[in-house]
Design a protein around this ligand. Structure first.
Ligand SMILES: [Zn+2]
Length: 141
C-alpha cells in the first residue's frame, strides 16, 4: 500500500486537495497536513516521524519553507526521490478562458476575473487541465 503525506501551506490548500483526489483515485492513501505560518520545524519533524516506512512526501509551498521541509525530511530518513516539491507561485494561477481560450493569470481561485482578451467574466473552477496547464474558467454573466 502506497502512502503519501502532503504538506501544504494554507494558501495552497485547494491545490493540495485536488492532488489528494487525484492520488486517491489511484488507490493511494493520502494525508494532508496544513502548515500555518510561521512553519515550525519541530512540528514537521513530528509529522514525518509518524510516517510509515516507504512513504512519500509531497510539499506545496512557495518560498523559504521548501528548504526547511526538505531538510527535515532528509533528516527523518526520506531520500530525495521520496520528496516531491510542487513549487507554487503566489498570485499566479492560470485560468483558461472557456470562450476565447486565452490563459489569464490570477491571484486567487476564489475570485472571478475578466478575460484580458475577450472581456468575458470568468469563474475559476476546480477543473484543472494538464493539457493547458491551467484551471478552466467558466463563463458567467
Ligand atoms: Zn477570453
Amino acid at each position: 500500500m502506497k502512502y503519501i503525506l502532503i504538506l501544504t501551506e494554507v494558501q495552497f490548500k485547494k491545490d493540495a486537495e485536488l492532488k489528494e483526489k487525484d492520488l486517491q483515485r489511484e488507490n493511494i492513501t493520502v494525508e494532508i497536513k496544513l502548515l500555518d505560518p510561521p512553519v515550525d520545524r519541530m512540528e514537521i519533524d513530528r509529522m514525518l516521524e509518524a510516517m510509515p516506512l516507504g512513504a512519500m512526501v509531497i510539499i506545496f509551498t512557495a518560498g523559504e519553507t521548501r528548504q526547511l521541509i526538505r531538510q527535515a525530511a532528509n533528516t527523518a530518513g526520506f531520500s530525495d526521490e521520496d520528496i516531491r516539491i510542487e513549487r507554487m507561485d503566489t498570485g499566479n494561477y492560470r485560468i483558461f478562458c472557456s470562450k476565447c481560450h486565452l490563459i489569464n493569470d490570477t491571484a486567487s481561485l476564489e475570485k472571478s476575473l475578466i478575460c484580458k482578451k475577450c472581456g468575458q467574466h470568468l469563474e475559476p473552477s476546480d477543473h484543472y487541465s494538464r493539457y493547458h496547464d491551467s484551471y478552466l474558467g467558466y463563463s458567467i454573466l
